[in-house]
Design a protein around this ligand. Structure first.
Ligand code: PMP
Length: 399
């Protein structure tokens, strides 16, 4: 009998949408989930995705199982997007790539790999981080701790604290780093700061584990958004990288992503891949094909690739515009407060600094749904609601 099973708590991010659906106010705004919306709040299917699907239907591809490691064309494309075309690590076959179930599944395969082959090593997560990181490593049976990341006083990076914590971590720890557009803070290290972080990682023999969920979606440029992991690769630091195509190709429900290991030699990469296949086999056997085909067609055809870059630029541009509009409205509403953090932050989110009771006020009084940590997704904000949102934020800071 399973009568003893207790109710699991609602997911802190996906639970926000459930609460939103129950609200009937015309003013309601769902800024919880990080999914792109057009300015009319419609979900957006990229034109390049529709074109790739048309090509797929015309070529009548079959639905046979993929190999455990996934679609070869996708794996080739995804490693190239990550490191840049013609990267020596790719040429020298030092990269092990396994297609997995979007960012989450890729992180989980990586977590299981750490549990199996790096037993006793602790994973260090930024404080704060995307909440699911904790679930993933906990469920994989891997111990995790936190390093300082966010400084409330400056609404910026707690750079010194971060370095201290990484220095104090036992040698050979695993450090989870957000490739760009840190979730939930929108605060990224500068290139100079990345240099200092890499120095510590190198000195301590730590293993970076990059979570790349927003490549191309943050700045509109695939290359700029991959700067940090590429910089570590240039310095020949062995690393793990999870990739997601949920945001940049809008393939949320297709579960397209990969786990990569950029290693010192080809023989190790081959063995590491074989062990990742072993892990994936027991978890889900082999990955889904539809989204991987879309991604490999878009990357593989120059005209589609160019159009994809334009569409990413458009999505990133809308978010940047609405961020600026929100900033302008906040300044108009309360010129005495320093709101510059809003436009300094990068990517889809703004970390407002609202406390849990203030967030409660946002929801109860103003019908604005957001996560309890004070994060709002600008991707869910139409420009004509920015003024309302600004006055709700200014009002809630008074609570
Ligand atoms: N990592 C981070 C930091 C994220 O924000 C997300 C998406 N919210 C993911 C990973 C993974 O998402 P998905 O599993 O849809 O690729």
């Amino acid at each position: 009998r399973l009568a003893f099973v207790e109710q699991a708590p609602p997911d802190p991010i996906l639970g926000v949408s459930e609460a939103f659906k129950r609200d009937t106010s015309d003013d309601r705004l769902n800024l919880g989930v990080g999914a792109y919306r057009t300015n009319d709040l419609k979900p957006y299917v990229l034109n390049v995705v529709k074109k790739a699907e048309k090509i797929m239907i015309e070529s009548e591809e079959n639905k046979e199982y993929l190999p455990i490691e996934g679609l070869a064309a996708f794996n080739k494309a995804t490693a190239q997007l990550l490191l840049g075309e013609g990267h020596p690590a790719i040429k020298e076959e030092r990269v092990a790539t396994l297609q997995s179930l979007s960012g989450t599944g890729s992180l989980r395969v990586g977590a299981d790999f750490i549990g199996k082959f790096l037993p006793g090593r602790t994973v260090y997560l930024s404080n704060p981080t995307w909440g699911n990181h904790k679930n993933i490593f906990t469920d994989a049976g891997v111990e995790w701790k936190e390093y300082r990341y966010f400084d409330k006083a400056t609404v910026g990076l707690a750079f010194e604290g971060m370095l201290e914590d990484l220095k104090a971590a036992p040698e050979g720890s695993i450090v989870v780093l957000h490739g760009c557009a840190h979730n939930p803070t929108g605060v990224d290290p500068t290139r100079e700061q990345w240099g200092a972080i890499a120095d510590v990682v190198e000195q301590k023999g730590h293993m970076p584990f990059f979570d790349v969920a927003y490549q191309g979606f943050a700045s509109g440029s695939l290359d700029d958004d991959a700067w940090a992991p590429r910089f570590f690769a240039e310095r020949s630091i062995e690393m793990m990288v999870a990739q997601s195509y949920s945001k940049n190709l809008g393939l949320y429900a297709e579960r397209v992503g990969a786990i990569n290991y950029v290693l010192a030699d080809a023989a190790a990469a081959k063995r590491v891949l074989s062990q990742n296949k072993r892990i994936a086999r027991a978890l889900y056997s082999n990955p889904p094909v539809h989204g991987a085909r879309i991604a490999s067609i878009v990357v593989g055809r120059p005209e589609l690739f160019a159009e994809w870059n334009e569409e990413m630029g458009m999505m990133a541009g809308r978010i940047k515009d609405v961020r600026q509009t929100l900033y302008d409205e906040l300044v108009k509403n309360n010129p005495d407060k320093d709101w510059s953090f809003v436009t300094r932050q990068i990517g889809m989110f703004s970390f407002t600094g609202l406390s849990p009771p203030q967030v409660e006020n946002m929801t109860q009084k103003h019908h604005v749904y957001m996560t309890k940590d004070g994060r709002i997704s600008l991707a869910g904000l139409p420009s004509n609601k920015a003024a309302n949102l600004a006055s709700a934020i200014v009002d809630s800071f008074k609570v």
